[in-house]
Design a protein around this ligand. Structure first.
Ligand code: DAH
Length: 339
C-alpha cells in the first residue's frame, strides 16, 4: 500500500510539473483527487485493509492528498501569474487616449412637461393620482355617461380586450374611480397613458398621454374652472397668455367647453405655428354632469365640480416647438438632449 501511494504521488507530481496551462492542471487534479480519481479509489479499497492497519493507511492517504494539493496550488499560482504577465505584455495600453465618457440619458419632453403640469397643480393643492391602463368599459364609457351607441365606442377607435374590457381611450375613467372612493372634497390630477386605434402620423399615435383633472366640493362653479385653468395656462405658457372657452359637447360634463390659448409664438397675430389662427386648442373641460356624480355615489344637490383633460404630447409639442409627434417616440438621445 505504501508503495502504491508513493507511486501515485510521484506520478501526480510528474504530471503537475508537466502542466503548462491552467486547464491541464485542472485535468490532473481531477484524475488524482476527483470523485473517480486514483487517490479516491485507494480510499474506497480501505475495506480490504486489515482493521488494525486502517488508521495508519488512512493517515498515509491523507498525507499524500495534502502533498498533491499543495503542489497543485503552488503550480496554479505560478501558472496564473505567468498568464497575467503574458496578457500584460500583449495588451498595450495607450494612456494618452481620452477617457470614455459616461453616457448619461436625458429626461423625455413628455416627462418634463408632465412634471411641470404636476408642479403647477400640486401648488394649487391637488393630489396626483393614477388609474389602470387596461380598464373596464364600465369606467371608460358607461359611468362617464357615454352611451352604448356612441361613436367613440366603435372598434375603429377603441382597442377592445373583450366585450367588457378596453385599453382606456382617455384618463377620464380615473374621475369615476376616485369619486367612487367616496372621499370628499376631491382635488386631483391623473396623468397617464391612453390608447386609440389611430394610424401613426405627425399628430397621431395609437398610444399617447393625457392629464385628467377633477375637483368636487360644495359650491364649485364654472367661475372656479375658468380661474383655475387661467392660472394653469399662464404658469405653463407665460403670464401674457390669454384663454378662450368655446362651447363644446362632452357626455360627462355639462356645460362643456374646449379651451384655446393665445399663440405664445406670435402673441395672437397668426403664424405658421397656430396655422394663422392666433389661438391654439389645448384641452377639454366642463362641469361634471349631475348624472355622472349620481352614478359615482355623489349627491348632485349637495356637491358640484369641474373636470378637464389635457393632451400631454400636445403640451410638449407646443412648449418645445416640436413639429412631428413621431419624434417623441423614437427616443433618439440626440433629439431628447435638446430639451
Ligand atoms: N376625455 C376627453 C377626451 O379624451 C377630454 C376631456 C374633456 C376630459 C372634457 C375632461 C373633460 O375631463 O371635462 O377627449
Amino acid at each position: 500500500m505504501k508503495e502504491k501511494l508513493k507511486a501515485i504521488r510521484d506520478e501526480a507530481i510528474k504530471q503537475i510539473e508537466a502542466s503548462d496551462a491552467l486547464e491541464k492542471l485542472n485535468d490532473v487534479r481531477v484524475s488524482f483527487l476527483g470523485k473517480k480519481g486514483e487517490l479516491t479509489s485507494v480510499l474506497k479499497s480501505m475495506k480490504d485493509v486489515a482493521p488494525e492497519d486502517r488508521p495508519m493507511v488512512g493517515q498515509l492517504v491523507n498525507e499524500t492528498r495534502q502533498a498533491i494539493e499543495s503542489i497543485l496550488e503552488e503550480t496554479k499560482t505560478k501558472l496564473e501569474r505567468a498568464a497575467r504577465e503574458a496578457q500584460l505584455k500583449s495588451e498595450v495600453i495607450d494612456v494618452t487616449l481620452p477617457a470614455k465618457k459616461n453616457n448619461v440619458g436625458h429626461r423625455h419632453p413628455n416627462t418634463i412637461a408632465q412634471e411641470e403640469v404636476e408642479r403647477i397643480f400640486i401648488g394649487m393643492g391637488y393630489e396626483v393620482m393614477e388609474g389602470p391602463e387596461v380598464e373596464y368599459d364600465l369606467y371608460n364609457f358607461e359611468k362617464l355617461n357615454i352611451p352604448a351607441n356612441h361613436p367613440a365606442k366603435d372598434e375603429q377607435d377603441t382597442f377592445y380586450i373583450n366585450k367588457e374590457i378596453v385599453l382606456r381611450t382617455q384618463t377620464s375613467p380615473v374621475q369615476a374611480r376616485v369619486m367612487e372612493q367616496g372621499k370628499l372634497p376631491i382635488r386631483m390630477i391623473a396623468p397617464g397613458r391612453v390608447f386609440r386605434a389611430d394610424e401613426v402620423d405627425a399628430t397621431h399615435s395609437p398610444s399617447f398621454h393625457q392629464i385628467e383633472g377633477l375637483v368636487i366640493d360644495k359650491n364649485v362653479t364654472f367661475a372656479d374652472l375658468k380661474g383655475t385653468l387661467e392660472v394653469f395656462v399662464k404658469e405653463l405658457f407665460g403670464e401674457s397668455t390669454k384663454i378662450k372657452f368655446r362651447p363644446h359637447h362632452f357626455p360627462f360634463t355639462e356645460p362643456s367647453a374646449e379651451v384655446d390659448v393665445s399663440c405664445f409664438k406670435c402673441g395672437g397675430k397668426g403664424c405658421r405655428f397656430c396655422k394663422g389662427e392666433g389661438w391654439i386648442e389645448i384641452l377639454g373641460c366642463g362641469m361634471v354632469h349631475p348624472h355622472v356624480l349620481e352614478m359615482c355615489g355623489i349627491d348632485p344637490d349637495e356637491y358640484s365640480g369641474f373636470a378637464f383633460g389635457v393632451g400631454l404630447e400636445r403640451i410638449a409639442l407646443l412648449k418645445y416647438e416640436i413639429d412631428d409627434m413621431r419624434l417623441l417616440y423614437e427616443n433618439d438621445i440626440r433629439f431628447l438632449k435638446q430639451f
